[in-house]
Design a protein around this ligand. Structure first.
Ligand SMILES: [Cu+2]
Length: 151
């Protein structure tokens, strides 16, 4: 019985510590961002990166915007019964300690209504709005049409 009481006490201490961490510096890290050159201005662009939640609380990516596009959507390419489909996510939960990687063929940011074609060698800016970490601006290189990621 004493052992069970001890475990319960430890559990409550952990919860209290996690709750206190919310006032700390943002615990979201964005790594390896890149965008792919677009074929035409009329075609959507695509951007990729890795989001890491280095904190001990869940966070949520709420909205993504870019000065280069009218709308930025969170998409996920999936195969369903041999048919490629694209799911649109209204937001994305990032669990504590989780690493979410956007990559060709999986999660991606789809840039609709591009203001201009994305040319290789240019940079693209995205603003990622998180529920707890707030706004994070990311500047990324535009890689070639056939690129699969930064070297
Ligand atoms: Cu898409």
């Amino acid at each position: 019985m004493k052992l069970i009481l001890a475990i319960v006490t430890v559990f409550f201490c952990t919860v209290a510590a996690a709750g206190g961490a919310s006032a700390d510096a943002p615990s979201i890290a964005v790594e390896k961002p890149w965008a792919r050159a677009s074929i035409l201005k009329s075609r959507p662009g695509a951007a990729y990166l890795t989001i890491r939640n280095t904190g001990d609380e869940p966070d949520r990516l709420l909205k993504v915007t870019s000065p280069a596009a009218g709308t930025v959507m969170i998409h996920e390419s999936k195969l369903a019964n041999g048919v490629a489909q694209m799911l649109a996510h209204g937001g994305l939960d990032i669990a504590p300690g989780a690493e979410v990687t956007f990559r060709p063929g999986g999660l991606h940011f789809m840039l609709m209504d591009l203001r201009k074609r994305l040319h290789e060698g240019e940079t693209l800016m995205l603003n990622l709005r998180f529920e707890k970490a707030g706004d994070i601006n990311v500047t990324m290189p535009v890689l070639g049409l056939g690129a699969t990621g930064p070297k």
